[in-house]
Design a protein around this ligand. Structure first.
Ligand code: ZN
Length: 341
């Protein structure tokens, strides 16, 4: 079968690899329909894995698929069912897993596409408990934005930041995959959305998604614009995933008692923090990584009800290496998705 593999740091190779073995009793053989690109792919390319891994490694962390053959003991899935593959190898037995908090698993053994072979290949075998059914109204391309994009945003906004109707949120990088999802989900939840973009052409696009205020961070300091928009009060929630470039300004943008939720740090790993502001303003900083299975189910339900992911471009799997450079250069608005069918 065809697959896209990382053969050494920053070097991807599209080629043939052996088909997966027949599924075990509790496993399912699936045909991959679409793989979407994420910043975690870039971290993977750079070798910023959080654990050891062996190369070559099939890349791809987020996909949709169709069941080809369920294992003998699998009852919940039939041939032809559309699914998404949960990328974290959670144990299923620890207290966190039993509480449905798979992304806090105490003995997680890796992330597909990052530590072990991922989804950028035609077929794969996966344990049935890591498959999530896709509602019939959701296309394979949209479903390919579930586990890392919509699921992560669902987890950040609602489990972690506990965003409420009537609150104001600052969403950084409103043109990114998770930025576009965060704008749409926050609006659906009844929040006022302020977002930042890095080019003039993205302003109208972000407004079209429902953003109430759009700041071009290359033309004005976003924290000053946020103070102005909120009448010097600050926002209830900041949705962070940029890191050092925005960190100090993000904290300054919060109102007293505000919450900052972060799932990423695309501009670097260390940032100075004004501790005085943290305690004096009673700010809360919440780290968020990935999604739970329930977050993915909730996300798919939202898609079925019409909350569609923003798709920047559809590509072929072999164009993944070129497309990932667009992601690196932030030259995207929404998601880049590779179709395999
Ligand atoms: Zn576990």
């Amino acid at each position: 079968m065809r697959a896209l593999r990382l053969i050494k740091e920053e070097q991807l190779e599209f080629g043939e690899m052996p088909d997966p073995p027949a599924p075990g009793a509790h496993e399912v053989l699936v045909r991959v329909r679409a793989v979407s690109l994420n910043h975690i792919d870039l971290f993977g390319l750079r070798g910023m894995a959080f654990a050891k891994r062996k190369l070559p490694l099939v890349v791809g962390v987020e996909c949709s698929a169709t069941v080809e053959r369920p294992g003998a003991a699998v009852s919940g899935f039939r041939e032809g069912d559309n699914v998404v593959v949960y990328p974290g190898l959670f144990c299923g037995a620890c207290p966190a897993c039993k509480a449905g908090r798979e992304n806090l698993c105490e003995s997680i053994s890796g992330i597909m596409g990052f530590h072990i072979d991922g989804m950028a290949r035609e077929r794969l075998v996966v344990p049935a408990n890591r498959l999530i059914p896709v509602p019939s109204l959701v296309s394979p391309v949209d479903a390919a934005c579930t586990t890392v994009t919509f699921g992560t945003v669902q987890h950040m906004l609602f489990d972690n930041a506990k965003l409420q109707r009537g609150e104001t949120i600052l969403v950084h990088a409103g043109g990114s995959g998770i930025g576009t999802a965060a704008i749409k989900m926050s609006k659906l939840a009844g929040a006022t959305v302020i977002t930042t973009v890095g080019s003039a052409d993205k302003i109208a696009k972000a407004k079209a998604l429902g953003a109430d205020h759009v700041i071009n961070y290359r033309e004005e300091r976003f924290e000053g614009a946020v103070r102005k928009i909120t009448g010097k009060k600050g926002v209830d929630v900041v949705f962070e995933h940029v890191g050092p470039d925005t960190w100090a300004g993000s904290l300054l943008s919060l109102k007293r008692g505000g919450r900052l939720v972060t799932c990423g740090s695309t501009s670097g790993i260390s940032a100075e923090t004004n501790l005085y502001a943290i305690f004096q303003q009673q700010l809360r900083i919440i780290g968020s990584f990935g999604s739970t299975v329930q977050n993915c189910k909730d996300s798919l339900q939202k898609m079925a009800a019409g909350l569609k992911p923003v798709i920047d471009t559809l590509i072929k799997l072999e164009d993944f290496p070129t497309a990932i450079e667009r992601l690196r250069g932030r030259d995207v608005f929404g998601k880049i998705v590779a179709r395999l069918d």
